[in-house]
Design a protein around this ligand. Structure first.
Ligand code: AHM
Ligand code: MG
Length: 339
């Protein structure tokens, strides 16, 4: 088995160095290490595919009425189980559960709240396309011993850490604790995440956008005008040609944007009155917003910064525009012009 090189910075070493530098405390370091371990277990389950008997529907639905895949349920259980007994968490909330869950009374409770989308993009599992786990860490409010849903309702700016793990050709963990966004690749033989990109940086401008354009007829006029102008290319008002990519797996689309730039959009649409878009503020938009901002990009609802939003409820949905800063500003300007 190949050994890790002395210069290799594992996730554990990175976190210990961050703790020594006073940027995170021991409890947050342990929490992130546990989440990373759970993601390694999920990567193994995802990687087995049909051989693990884990593909297909679970036959259940989540709180938003979406059909759950077996791997949605399994990933949720892996994250809950891994985090139950470590003593660093006060409660967990998940896209797949109706309400948050305090850490069982049998275990000590710590000072953090963890939110996760255990397996984002799960409609892609059965066709063997990249999926991922998204997570967000908040502080449990002072003096609260048994947190409920209301204690999770903190603006994205309050996140002390955010990250995702992408289960693709390689498994990667992308993490921010508020001091840049960094990428770690799983060394499968060693079972260790290794720092492979320190300080990810999204170029300010782009010629690539990601959106499910089949929803065009359901969008606001501002959105239709913005995307029409992107599609008009060098002959249109934008004066340049744009390329389009849509994996329908937010983790994979955002990973591309963190790697080479672009804008990712899931706008408001009128397909389902009462829901402001598809993506969830607390499990998807806020953590991805933090990772993108920490990499020099921007994250907006089309009108305001995602990280400034005060959540109204745990499973709230929001329109999402994130990626290359100047392109996000351009999309926001279209909305303001139409308001
Ligand atoms: P999920 O959390 O139920 O998997 O849904 C979120 C996913 C995102 O990963 C992706 O960006 C989006 O749904 C794709 O939606 P659509 O199928 O409308 O293109
Ligand atoms: Mg999701």
């Amino acid at each position: 088995m190949p050994q890790l090189h002395a210069q290799t910075v594992s996730l554990s070493r990175y976190l210990i160095e961050e703790q020594r530098a006073g940027r995170i405390d021991a409890e947050l370091r342990q929490l992130i290490a546990v989440v990373a371990r759970a993601c390694t277990s999920i990567a193994i389950a995802v990687g087995k595919g049909a051989l693990g008997g884990v593909l297909g529907d679970a036959g259940t639905g989540n709180v938003q009425g979406e059909a759950q895949k077996k791997l949605d349920v399994l990933s949720n259980d892996i994250l809950l189980e891994a985090n139950a007994w470590g003593g660093h968490l006060a409660a967990c909330a998940s896209e797949e559960m109706d309400h948050s869950q305090p850490i069982p009374d049998a275990y000590p409770r710590g000072g953090f709240l963890l939110l996760f989308d255990p397996l984002d993009g799960s409609s892609n599992i059965d066709v063997n396309v990249s999926v991922g786990t998204i997570f967000s860490v908040l502080r449990c409010p002072e003096g609260v011993t048994r947190p409920g849903d209301e204690h999770f309702l903190q603006a994205g700016r309050q996140q002390v850490a955010a990250g995702y793990c992408i289960y693709g050709p390689s498994t990667m963990l992308v993490l921010s604790t508020g001091h840049g966004t960094h990428a770690f690749t799983l060394d499968r033989e060693q079972g260790v995440f290794v720092l492979t990109q320190r300080g990810m940086c999204i170029p300010g401008q782009t010629r690539e956008f990601a959106i499910n354009v089949s929803n065009r007829r359901h969008w606001e006029p501002a959105m239709q005008a913005y995307v029409d102008d992107l599609m008009a290319g060098s002959e249109g008002p934008r004066g340049k040609d744009f390329n389009m990519r849509w994996i329908a797996s937010m983790v994979a689309d955002v990973h591309r944007i963190l790697t080479r730039g672009g804008i990712f959009i899931y706008p408001w649409d009128n397909k389902d009155p009462g829901k402001a878009g598809k993506l969830r503020l607390m499990y998807e938009a806020s953590p991805m917003g933090m990772l993108v901002e920490q990499a020099g990009g921007a994250a907006s609802t089309g009108r305001e910064a995602i990280l400034e939003l005060q959540p109204q409820h745990l499973h709230q949905r929001v329109p999402v525009f994130l990626g290359s800063r100047q392109e996000v500003e351009e999309a926001v300007a279209y909305h303001h012009r139409h308001d």
